[in-house]
Design a protein around this ligand. Structure first.
Ligand code: MG
Length: 158
């Protein structure tokens, strides 16, 4: 059975943090704040895949009260989800995601992000589609106070 899931995440942009999106460090004066590395794109993708297999969300499996995930690279969430898929004989078909950021520019880094995400999930990079848009200067994203991401995932579940 083919199942789909949706994911959404947002993190604030603050001074003194690295800006890591899709596992790639992007040169930028500010970075995303959160318990882990705050990789908003990977978090949205993780939620989409967990949604597709009916496994709740990233907070259920990787709670921010758990010291194990403090400043953890979000890649480990995808690797754990890959194990969950394998354990139930499920196959990830594709991931599609959109990053919404006024700055930094995301698309120049998309090939590296795709390779990183696909590598963590054990699928071909052609199965990971990334898109980026600004918020046309409006709202908290437009004021560069934060970055958001949406994702969907399709999973073949036995
Ligand atoms: Mg998050």
């Amino acid at each position: 059975m083919q199942c789909c899931g949706i994911g959404y995440d947002v993190h604030p942009l603050v001074e003194g943090r690295k800006c890591i999106l899709g596992g790639v460090e992007i040169p930028h004066p500010r970075g995303l704040e959160g318990h882990s590395d705050a990789d908003v794109l990977i978090h949205a993708i993780a939620d989409a895949i967990l949604g597709a297999i009916g496994e709740g969300d990233i907070g259920k499996h990787f709670p921010n009260s758990d010291a194990r995930w403090k400043d953890a690279p979000s890649r480990v969430f995808l690797e754990e989800i890959r194990r969950m898929l394998g354990a139930r004989g499920a196959r990830l078909i594709n991931v599609d995601a959109t990053v919404i950021a006024e700055a930094p520019k995301v698309l120049p880094h998309a090939p590296a992000m795709r390779a990183h995400i696909a590598g963590a999930l054990g699928i071909d990079a052609s199965r990971v589609n990334l898109k980026a848009t600004t918020n046309e200067g409006m709202g908290f994203i437009g004021r560069e106070e934060g970055i958001a991401a949406f994702a969907t995932a399709s999973v073949d579940v036995p």
